[in-house]
Write a protein that binds this ligand. Structure first.
Ligand code: NI
Length: 154
């Protein structure tokens, strides 16, 4: 898309956070903050757009969680939710990270909005320490996979 008129705006940010951000974007090869911030905003807007889509396009992605398996009944709750939404879940993989922690990657396919709701339900379970939904793109009716431009390896 043709770049529109540029607008400059000021942002207040803690020094430590900015230092971390600068380190991150340097590692990723950015030469200035503006481009990095523009990319972040575009990524976020694309994510939200996919997650809000309820049309026939079928989104594909993963829900990744780290959880403490000692939390009471957490495994049963995860299994119950997975069975409630079996039509959205293609597969999952489990790794026992430490004595307490488990990592689970759940592969999902469905309308973006439903996947967001499912991810929120899973991530909000007591004992889930970290969780993230990553939508990689859409599977079109013809079987073609349309992947987001930014989902390639960095
Ligand atoms: Ni485990």
């Amino acid at each position: 898309m043709f770049e529109q008129d540029l607008v400059r705006f000021g942002v207040s940010i803690g020094k430590n956070l900015l230092d971390e951000f600068d380190t991150l974007i340097e590692r990723k090869g950015y030469t200035n903050r503006s481009e990095a911030i523009r990319d972040l905003i575009r990524d976020r807007l694309t994510d939200v757009e996919i997650q809000n889509r309820t049309d026939a396009h079928r989104a594909v992605g993963t829900i990744t969680i780290v959880y403490d398996h000692h939390t009471r009944e957490i495994s049963d709750r995860l299994t119950d939710i997975a069975h409630d939404h079996h039509e959205l879940i293609l597969s999952s993989m489990h790794a026992h990270l430490t004595h307490e922690s488990c990592l689970e990657v759940i592969i999902v396919r469905g309308c973006g909005k439903e996947l967001r709701t499912l991810a929120d339900r899973i991530i909000s379970i007591k004992g889930v320490l970290h969780g993230r939904l990553v939508l990689a793109g859409f599977v079109e009716d013809a079987g073609e996979i349309v992947v987001q431009k930014d989902s390639t390896h960095p």
